[in-house]
Design a protein around this ligand. Structure first.
Ligand code: EPZ
Length: 421
């Protein structure tokens, strides 16, 4: 089992180059199924979930190549007949595999995709995905843990209003509508920047797609695809994670390769907490922030405060002079980092979807357990600021979504290493 060892209280300084977004890359790879012309995807993060999606597409018969050194993926499915099945073996480890459902269905008129099942942070149902695909004319059955979807005469454009906001469902239905006959209007969409990156990609491939307002998008299906080259956007959650690392433990830490206008909400909250930052268009310099203030945050769909940054912000709240509150409104079980942070000396009380963080607390290194992707990185952040040594178990969670985390931190003078036991 791999572990991370972090020796705290080292002052960080230097530059962290942010990688491409995992959550933009996954739907873009799924959408590659639509197009038999040449596809080049640049700025791809080398993280486990992306590698799993790569293997899933390869398993389906996609002619896909991943150049790790150049961080590029090349796909050329000319005259390739892909299998329309996404097996449990892939989807169980990477739930986002469900995102190929819309592609397979609209391209081949049928799809057999494993139900993703839940994960540590919640039951993760897919009812909204299926609701939208049915509105486009899909016939859907659930059998032996698989979604069996069919559209013998192809999907047809429709007017759909999502019952609630879902990132994955919005992506799945937008992709499905891209080859549907006629025009689709989607309302109450999620509008995360990663979804905009997906619609940019689809537009370059020849899909007529326009955002009519913040949560409404119009798609005119078009089966004539074009070759495409596309750069994946930066990972805004990785950027937020390292800004918080800078606030916790840096003299001066530069976060580079970002587009700060995508981080408005997060930066507003961090400024209110007293994080000192010099913000320019494509980079942020985080300065030593001694006087962290308590705050109340509620996680919301974009442009609200992102649930994927909740665990990391909680660590910063342990430094604040006073009581901070977090209301987790997106997932039903996303406080599993709390018992681990309390073992490190945090004073955090959780009831339902509310956590109270009593600060300031000096954290002490301890042996802790990662439970999910963002909880695991919050334990690394806590280790950076804690006295003594922290040992983080089950780092495979971290490797799903952070590219070379310890290498990036080590380069900025953190005392962090990976051990194999
Ligand atoms: C995406 O997950 C992200 N994953 C998550 O990031 C992120 O936390 C989440 O969006 C919210 O921003 C990827 O993009 C690969 P949702 P997704 O559908 O699409 C409920 C990370 O750490 N829901 O917006 O699964 C659901 O249970 C990951 O990188 C239904 O009820 O999120 C949740 O409570 C974690 N029915 C809420 O909606 C559905 O059919 C939002 O989920 C779908 C979702």
């Amino acid at each position: 089992m791999e572990k991370l060892l972090v020796k705290g209280k080292k002052k960080l300084s230097g530059t962290i180059q942010i990688s491409g977004s995992k959550n933009a890359t996954l739907p873009i790879l799924a959408a590659s199924i639509l197009n038999e012309k040449k596809i080049e995807i640049k700025g791809v993060p080398i993280v486990k979930d992306v590698i799993t999606m790569f293997h899933l597409l390869k398993h389906m018969g996609s002619n896909i190549k991943f150049n790790f050194r150049k961080k590029k993926i090349f796909i050329n499915n000319k005259n390739k007949k892909l299998r329309h099945v996404a097996p449990y073996a892939f989807v169980k480890t990477m739930r986002a595999g469900i995102i190929v459902l819309g592609s397979l269905l609209t391209k081949f008129g049928k799809a057999k995709v494993s139900l993703p099942g839940g994960c540590a942070i919640g039951t993760r149902p897919v009812d909204i995905h299926l609701y939208g695909l049915k509105k486009l004319g899909a016939n859907i059955k659930i059998k032996n843990g698989y979604i069996l979807a069919e559209a013998k005469n192809g999907l047809k454009g429709a007017k759909i209003r999502f019952p609630s906001i879902s990132v994955g469902a919005t992506e799945n239905v937008i992709i499905a509508a891209s080859l549907a006959k006629g025009t689709t209007y989607l309302k109450n969409c999620a509008c995360e920047p990663e979804i905009k990156n997906l619609t940019d990609f689809l537009r370059k491939m020849g899909v007529k797609i326009n955002w009519l307002n913040q949560r409404e998008v119009k798609i005119v299906g078009n089966r004539k695809m074009k070759p495409v080259s596309h750069k994946v956007m930066f990972d805004r959650i990785e950027a937020g994670t390292f800004i918080i690392a800078g606030a916790l433990a840096s003299r001066s830490l530069k976060i580079a390769g970002i587009d700060t206008k995508t981080l408005n909400t997060e930066l507003k909250i961090l400024k209110k907490m007293g994080v000192k930052m010099k913000i320019s268009k494509n980079e942020i310099r985080v300065l030593e922030s001694k006087n962290i203030k308590p705050i109340t945050i509620r996680t919301q769909p974009y442009p609200g405060f992102p649930t994927d940054l909740q665990a990391q912000t909680m660590v910063l709240m342990t430094m604040a002079k006073g009581i901070s509150k977090i209301r987790e409104n997106i997932f039903e079980n996303r406080f599993m980092h709390v018992p681990e942070l309390n073992r490190m000396g945090g004073k955090i009380k959780t009831r339902g979807n509310l956590s109270l963080i009593f600060g300031p607390q000096d954290l002490n290194g301890a042996e802790v357990m990662a439970t999910d992707l963002r909880a695991s990185v919050s334990l690394v952040l806590a280790g950076l600021v804690a006295k003594n040594k922290t040992v983080i178990n089950r780092v495979y969670h971290l490797d799903r979504g952070y590219e070379q985390l310890e290498k990036k931190l080590k380069k900025c003078k953190a005392n962090i290493s990976r051990v194999y036991s």
